[in-house]
Ligand binder design. Structure first.
Ligand code: MN
Length: 278
């Protein structure tokens, strides 16, 4: 059984052109949970916290996973891709050798709710061509248990249900789980894979541990199974796991490579205008 190894209280961070968000991975406290490089929660009822957005910026060597629960994020890149991610939608973007894109959360009366996760790419795929997997809300299967628990399977398998995001090197599982007040939840999780639970509504009780109250990220120790209960209110959380790459990392902002030299090379391409081949 996996136990809680560490509970991270998200840190306030200002990112992009002035977006106020809460970061749980990619900080001094937890720099890297191999293969996960960053986890941001940009939920806010107040558009002033996020409308500045993330104007044109590059990525290389990673995947960025954007999941929206409320509101809308418009995006476009210099390769000609553009679109909108709305409530319940997800975009799994493999930046590979490089993209230059903008991500703009839209002004709206309900504010916005959503997350961005960065997943590392192994050395052999860092320079792979960029790829998007855009998933609409209706394509995400929902498992409904007898006790009222709902599991949205974004990637990975739960029983016979497989999520729509495919072909990711880290063999990730990404689930959005709602457990009713007092309800129990248990699931196998691949042994040896890194795993975390990000609680964003209510509280979650792990056996023998203090309640994990939203917003908080619980890093799980190794094991082949998780078991938990919701507190006195419904609990909603992401359960994410992935295979550690076990490779050296050199990170510099939106670029994550294996060596300093590869970062220097990337910065040189940005300076010289050759980052995106024409
Ligand atoms: Mn980005």
């Amino acid at each position: 059984m996996r136990k809680i190894e560490q509970v991270i209280t998200p840190e306030p961070v200002v990112e992009g052109a002035g977006v106020r968000l809460k970061r749980s991975i990619g900080t001094k406290r937890l720099n890297y949970l191999d293969p996960f490089l960053l986890f941001d929660d940009f939920t806010s009822p107040n558009p002033a916290d996020y409308v500045a957005g993330f104007p044109l910026h590059p990525h290389r060597g990673i995947e960025t996973v954007t999941y929206i629960l409320r509101g809308e994020v418009r995006h476009k890149d210099t390769l000609g891709n553009s679109g909108s991610i709305g409530a319940g939608d997800l975009q799994w973007m493999t930046a590979g050798r490089g993209i230059l894109h903008e991500e703009m959360p839209q002004d709206g009366p309900g504010g916005i709710a959503g997350f961005q996760l960065w997943v590392n790419l192994p050395a052999k795929l860092k320079m792979t061509p960029p790829r998007y997997q855009d998933v609409r809300s209706g394509q995400i299967p929902v498992i409904r248990k007898e006790n009222g628990t709902e599991i949205r399977v974004i990637t990975g398998c739960v029983g016979k249900t497989t999520g729509p995001v495919k072909g990711i090197a880290a063999d990730p599982v990404y689930l959005d789980v709602l457990v009713p007040a007092g309800g129990s939840f248990a699931l196998p999780v691949e042994k040896g894979h890194s795993a975390f639970v990000y609680v964003f509504e209510g509280e979650v009780l792990f056996p023998g541990a203090e309640p994990v109250r939203a917003p908080a990220l619980a890093v799980l120790g190794d094991g082949d199974r998780v078991e938990m209960k919701a507190g006195g209110k419904p609990a909603r959380f992401l359960l994410v796991s992935g295979k550690p790459l076990g490779e050296p990392i050199a990170r510099y902002g939106p670029f994550v490579m294996n060596t300093r030299e590869e970062i220097e090379q990337t910065l040189k391409e940005i300076r010289e205008g050759t980052f995106i081949p024409s």
